[in-house]
Design a protein around this ligand. Structure first.
Ligand code: CA
Length: 428
C-alpha cells in the first residue's frame, strides 16, 4: 500500500509554521487530555493537536475497519496491535482530510471545534502502556568510551560486542513522559580510594541521549523473528533520555549489570513518529566488521535512518546550552538486528514494548551522548553560558533532547523530550 501521507508536495489548510517538526507529512501518534479533561488518542499537525477519538466518531475514518473505541483509549497499544496496514490507512486518511484541497472538515466549523485543539491547551500523557522495556548498548563509540573509562583502553570493547547487539532488561514502571520532573535518586556508592560504601543522594546524575522504538505484537513464545521480517513489527520511534546515576551504577553493576543506577526514571517524548514517516530518511549503517552471524545479516544496505539529535541543558536562568550534537545513524547495530536478536531465543515481544538504542555517541567529542563522556568521567568540566561549570547535572537543571530528519523537501521532527532535576526527596 502506498504511503500517500508522505507526499512531500502536500499542503494543509491548517496554518503550519515553516520549519515545524510536525508538517502534514509527519502525522505522529500520541495520547492527551483535552481541555475538557477527556483522554484521547491524537495526532499533531503544526501547533494543533487533533483528537482522533472525535475524528473517528464524526465519521472521518469511514471505510477503514476500526473498532468504535479504537482512539478513545489511554494508550496506543490496541491501535499498534492492529498492524502496519491499519497504521498506513489511518495516516493516509488523516493526510487526505487535512489536505488544502479537501473541504470536508475544513469547511465544517462545528466539527473543527470538536476535533482541533491548540497544542498548548492539551496535556500530553505517556503514549503507550509499556509492558517491557529493553535497553540496548549499540553505539560503538559510546561502548568504547565507557569501556576505556571503566576498564582501560585494552579491554574497552568486550569480545562479544562486535558479534551481537548487547542489551539488558530495564524497568517499565519508571518510564515517564516528557516534562515529568525527576528527583535526584538515593543510593549506595563507593568513594574513590575507599573500601566501604556510603549512602546518600547521587552526586553523578547523568543523561543518556537515546532513541527508542516501539513494537507491535511480534511473535508467540518460542518463535524467533527473522531479520527479514523484523522491520515490519516496528511501529515508530521516540526520543529517550535514559537517566543514569553513575556513582550508583559503578558500584552495583558487577556482576549482574544495571539496576538502581538506571531504573529511577527513563523519559520519552510524547509523540511516536511512525517508521512510515521516517522512510524517506533511510541511510546506510556503519560497516560491520567482522561480518555478523547469518541470523543478523541484512540484505539491503540502507538499514538505518539519518536522524539528527541534540542534547541541550537549560539552566535556571533560561540559558540554553547545547551539550551534544549526535545522529542516530552512528549506531553500529540496527533496529531490525536488535529485534531479531531479542527474539532469536524465542523471547516474545508484545505491542507497546519499548526498545532503547543505548546512548548514541558520535565520533567527535561534541557528539558524545552522556555527561560521563562529555566531561570524561568528571575530569573535564564543561563551562556554561552563565559561567558555571558542570561535570554532571545539578538540581534545577532542565535537560532537553531534540531530534529531526531533514532533506531538501521536508523536515520530520520528534519535538522535545525534557526532564528537570529536582532535589532528592526528604527521607522519612
Ligand atoms: Ca541506556
Amino acid at each position: 500500500m502506498l504511503i500517500t501521507a508522505n507526499d512531500p508536495n502536500r499542503k494543509s489548510w491548517l496554518n503550519i509554521e515553516k520549519g515545524s517538526d510536525f508538517p502534514i507529512q509527519n502525522i505522529p501518534f500520541g495520547v492527551f487530555f483535552t481541555r475538557d479533561d477527556i483522554i484521547t488518542i491524537g495526532t499533531r499537525i503544526g501547533e494543533y493537536a487533533i483528537d482522533l477519538g472525535a475524528f473517528h466518531q464524526l465519521g472521518y475514518f469511514d471505510g477503514i475497519p476500526l473498532t468504535d473505541d479504537m482512539f478513545m483509549q489511554d494508550s496506543l497499544n490496541d491501535f499498534i496491535s492492529d498492524g502496519r496496514k491499519t497504521w498506513r490507512l489511518v495516516r493516509n486518511r488523516i493526510a487526505e482530510i487535512f489536505d488544502i484541497e479537501n473541504s470536508s472538515l475544513r469547511d465544517n466549523s462545528k466539527h473543527r471545534e470538536i476535533i482541533i485543539f491548540d497544542v498548548n491547551e492539551v496535556e500530553m500523557l505517556l503514549p503507550i502502556s509499556v509492558g517491557d522495556y529493553t535497553d540496548f548498548y549499540s553505539s560503538k563509540e559510546h561502548a568504547t568510551n565507557v569501556g576505556v573509562m571503566f576498564r582501560g583502553k585494552d579491554n574497552a570493547l568486550m569480545p562479544n560486542w562486535l558479534h551481537m547487539p548487547i542489551g539488558y532488561h530495564g524497568r517499565s514502571s519508571s518510564v515517564v513522559v516528557s516534562g515529568t520532573p525527576i528527583h535526584r535518586p538515593y543510593g549506595q556508592s563507593l568513594p574513590k580510594n575507599e573500601t566501604t560504601p556510603v549512602f546518600g543522594p547521587s552526586k553523578r546524575v547523568d543523561m543518556e541521549l537515546e532513541t527508542a522504538f516501539i513494537t507491535t505484537d511480534t511473535n508467540n513464545l518460542g518463535e524467533p523473528i527473522s531479520i527479514k521480517e523484523a522491520g515490519e513489527y516496528i511501529f515508530g520511534m521516540v526520543l529517550l533520555n535514559d537517566w543514569s546515576a553513575r556513582d550508583i551504577q559503578k558500584w552495583e553493576y558487577v556482576p549482574l549489570g544495571p539496576f538502581l543506577g538506571k531504573n529511577f526514571a527513563s523519559t520519552i517524548s510524547p509523540w511516536i513518529i511512525t517508521m512510515d514517516a521516517l522512510e524517506p530518511f533511510r541511510c546506510e549503517a556503519p560497516v560491520q566488521e567482522p561480518t555478523p552471524l547469518p541470523y543478523l545479516q541484512q540484505k539491503r544496505t540502507d538499514t538505518t535512518f539519518d536522524i539528527k539529535l541534540e542534547a541541550v541543558l537549560e539552566t535556571e536562568n533560561g540559558d540554553l546550552n547545547v551539550l551534544s550534537t549526535s545522529n542516530f545513524k552512528y549506531l553500529y547495530w540496527t533496529m531490525p538486528q536488535q529485534l531479531a536478536h531479542h527474539t532469536m531465543n524465542g523471547c516474545n515481544v508484545r505491542s507497546g514494548d519499548l526498545m532503547g538504542s543505548g546512548t548514541i555517541s558520535g565520533p567527535t567529542k561534541n557528539s558524545y551522548g552522556s555527561m560521563l563522556e562529555l566531561s570524561w568521567g568528571g575530569k573535564e568540566p564543561i563551562t556554561l553560558k552563565d559561567g558555571t561549570t558542570r561535570v554532571f547535572f545539578k538540581d534545577g537543571d532542565n535537560v532537553i533532547l531534540r531530534g529531526y530528519c531533514k532533506n531538501e523537501n521536508i523536515r520530520i521532527g520528534f519535538g522535545k523530550c525534557t526532564g528537570k532535576i529536582l532535589p532528592a526527596v526528604k527521607l522519612k
